[in-house]
Design a protein around this ligand. Structure first.
Ligand SMILES: [Zn+2]
Length: 198
């Protein structure tokens, strides 16, 4: 059943952690362009330009549950709150395991199999990695996988990965396939697959 209220998610999962993803960019004077959590777009009106802030948040319990959410508002704080609320409603359960043939430790530090995700022109590929590799992927994807509870993974990407929102959506898209892909019981045991735990 779908949960439609963020408050219920808080009740069911008390140890959720939230992080903002850097989708914005400030216009630095010195060739800058530091990554910022707020993406600012402007609309011209009779009174001048009105800014609009977009925020993307990721939440997770570092134990197999993760969600991303998008929020916009004319001010920064409400945008942030909306993003976190949407992330809570967007929570998914994922499978973890050790699908790395170099490792074969049967614990859930990585993913059980190769996954693919796409959004717009961005295509991502995550591969199971042996223990100690860490998250060898883009920094914003790293935040998402960290909060999902995945520790070691190799990644490849294609397309316009500079477009952060698409990158993030592709990353989440890939994580979704962890749950939707059918796997054999025997393999599940071999790779030490576990589902999300509250
Ligand atoms: Zn392993």
């Amino acid at each position: 059943m779908r949960i439609k209220e963020a408050g219920m998610v808080d009740r069911l999962m008390p140890d959720l952690e939230a992080q903002l993803l850097l989708i914005g960019q400030s216009k630095g004077k010195f060739g800058g362009g530091r990554r910022k959590p707020f993406r600012v777009t402007q609309r011209k009106t009779e009174d001048g330009s009105k800014p609009k802030f977009s925020v993307m948040a990721v939440i997770g319990n570092r134990n197999g549950y993760v969600g991303i959410g998008f929020g916009t508002s004319s001010e920064t704080m409400p945008a942030r709150e909306k993003a976190i609320k949407n992330a809570k409603l967007n929570l998914i359960k994922i499978k973890r395991g050790c699908g790395s043939w170099q490792c074969g430790c049967q614990t859930h530090h990585s993913i059980p199999f190769k996954i693919l995700g796409r959004s717009s022109s961005v295509r991502l590929e995550f591969l199971p990695a042996p223990k100690g590799v860490g998250l060898a992927i883009h920094s914003e994807c790293r935040k998402i996988l960290e909060l999902a509870g995945i520790k070691d993974v190799w990644g490849r990407s294609y397309g316009q990965t500079r477009k952060r929102i698409n990158l993030i959506n592709a990353c989440f898209d890939a994580l979704k396939t962890l749950q939707s892909t059918k796997i054999m019981k025997s393999f599940e045991k071999e790779a030490g697959v576990v589902e999300g735990k509250v």
